[in-house]
Write a protein that binds this ligand. Structure first.
Ligand SMILES: Cc1cc2nc3c(=O)[nH]c(=O)nc-3n(C[C@H](O)[C@H](O)[C@H](O)COP(=O)(O)OP(=O)(O)OC[C@H]3O[C@@H](n4cnc5c(N)ncnc54)[C@H](O)[C@@H]3O)c2cc1C
Length: 179
C-alpha cells in the first residue's frame, strides 16, 4: 500500500471511557476532570488548543485591553503628579505581549492534558454512530475513536447578519486578535 492510501485508512482504536470534541473551556476542563477520575480520555481539536477563549476571545482581548488601559493611565499621569516623556503606542509591542499571554495559556492547557494523561487528537471530529467519533486528522488520514461516552464541546461561531456583512467595518474576533 502506498503512503497516500495508508493515510486514508480508517483505524479502529481501543475504547475510550470518554472522547471530547473541542478543547475550549468546555472541553478541556471536562478532559481534566475525566483524567482526575481515572478515565481513559481523548480530546479532539481541529484548531488551536484552548478554543476561542484562550486564542481569540477572553484572554487576548483582556491582554490588549490592559495595554489600552495602561496607555490611558500614562496619558493621565500628569494629573496625578506623574510626569512621563513623550507617549506613543506600539501596536506591534502590544500584539507581542498578547501573543505571549496566549502562548502561556495554551501551553498550560497542553501541560494539563499531559499531566492528566489525555490523548490529544488533532483533527476535525464528527459523530459517526453510537459510541464512535470519526476524526479527519489535520496532518492527513483518518481515525475512528470508540467511546463509552462522547462530549460535544464545539462552541459557537459568529453569524454575520445581512446588515453587518454589508459594511466594510464589520469584523469578528479572530481577525481583531491578529491585527
Ligand atoms: C472577543 C471575545 C471575548 C470574550 N471574553 C470573555 C470573557 O472575558 N469572559 C468569559 O467568560 N467569556 C468570554 N468570551 C466567551 C468565551 O470565549 C466562550 O464562552 C468560550 O470560549 C466557550 O467555550 P467552549 O468550550 O464552549 O467553546 P470554544 O471556546 O468555542 O471551543 C470550541 C473548540 O472546539 C473546536 N471545534 C469545533 N468543532 C470541532 C470539530 N468538529 N472537531 C474538533 N474540534 C472542533 C474549535 O476549534 C474550538 O477550539 C469571549 C468571547 C469572545 C469572542
Amino acid at each position: 500500500m502506498n503512503e497516500a492510501a495508508r493515510k486514508v485508512t480508517t483505524v479502529s482504536e481501543s475504547v475510550y471511557d470518554v472522547v471530547i470534541i473541542g478543547s475550549g473551556p468546555g472541553g478541556y476542563v471536562a478532559a481534566v476532570r475525566a483524567g482526575q477520575l481515572g478515565m481513559r480520555a481523548a480530546i479532539v481539536e481541529s484548531g488551536a488548543m484552548g478554543g476561542v477563549c484562550l486564542n481569540v476571545g477572553c484572554i487576548p482581548t483582556k491582554a490588549l485591553l490592559h495595554s489600552a488601559d495602561l496607555l490611558e493611565e500614562v496619558k493621565e499621569g500628569k494629573r496625578f503628579g506623574v510626569n512621563v516623556g513623550e507617549i506613543s503606542f506600539d501596536l506591534a509591542g502590544a500584539m507581542k505581549h498578547k501573543d505571549g499571554v496566549v502562548k502561556a495559556s495554551t501551553d498550560g492547557v497542553n501541560y494539563l492534558m499531559k499531566k492528566n494523561k489525555i490523548e490529544v487528537v488533532a483533527g476535525r471530529g464528527t459523530l459517526a454512530g453510537r459510541g464512535q467519533v470519526h476524526v479527519k486528522l489535520n496532518d492527513g488520514g483518518e481515525r475512528t475513536l470508540a467511546a463509552k461516552q462522547i462530549i460535544v464541546a464545539t462552541g459557537a461561531r459568529p453569524r454575520p447578519s445581512p446588515a453587518s456583512s454589508s459594511t466594510a467595518r464589520a469584523c469578528s474576533h479572530p481577525p481583531i486578535c491578529s491585527i
